[in-house]
Design a protein around this ligand. Sequence first.
Ligand code: LP5
Ligand code: MN
Length: 241
Amino acid sequence: MSTLFISDLHLDDSRPQITTLFEHYLSGDEVRKADALYILGDLVEAWVGDDDDAQLPQRIANATRAVCDAGVPVYFIAGNRDFLMGQAFAERAGFTLLEDGTVHDLYGTPTLLMHGDVLCTDDLAYQAFRRQVRTPEWKAQVLAMPLDARRALAAKARAESRAQNSIKHEDIMDVNAKAVAQAMRHAGVTHLIHGHTHRPAIHHFDLDGHTAERIVLGDWYEQGSVLRVTAKNRQLRAVRE
Ligand code: LP5
Ligand code: MN
């Protein structure tokens, strides 16, 4: 009995070995015997729409659908790289889309699940960008553009983001402790799992007199990273071939 969490795979044609690792991991025993698999955002490097006819989205859909067909539910929370993913792809891929900030019960422990970007409140430029691109109007306008134009826009946004990240202080790109406490308080939980920052760790801290736990998932740039939760413990570890 275990529940698995992954995020920040950033699947992309430039890292074919990671796509293969993802496929192998999803077809292996650990996943096939799990109670559920959660993907907490940034599954791909850049999602330009559910109508993308490239090979990668199809491979992803095949991999996750096989997990769900094997009886293991797959849940997905969008990240800042795949916020344009919608219900059409979720249906093809057999997974359930969850709102960022959903609380699920894990073996008796209510746990807040997020991608993590909303917690980075010191990153004012990013939060302004996020507010702009997450409105239904902005998304509809972009999704109405031809695929090629969306791919070009995503490439521009990636280049701009990379340039800005290189001059931002590391601390600005981490979560803000007050935002973490506020989100947990608001959700009424002492446990939080998120990705985004690529700083895998299990943090313990005091939240209004209770011991709270925040687990940060790792990225899949060079190897995989998975959190395995059971009724007894939580194990954050690497995934390799
Ligand atoms: O993603 P990462 O790790 O580099 O940095 C994130 C934040 N950046 C982003 C931007 C994404 O990388 C862009 C890719 C989206 C692909 C799918 C969308 C396709 C449609 C096109 C969308 C425009 O999320 C970064 C944070 C960092 O995490 C740490 O938290 O700091 O935030 C920024 O870089 C935001 C910038 O500071 C401000 C905005 C830059 C983007 C400008 C877009 C311009 C688009 C082209 C216009 C002609
Ligand atoms: Mn992210």
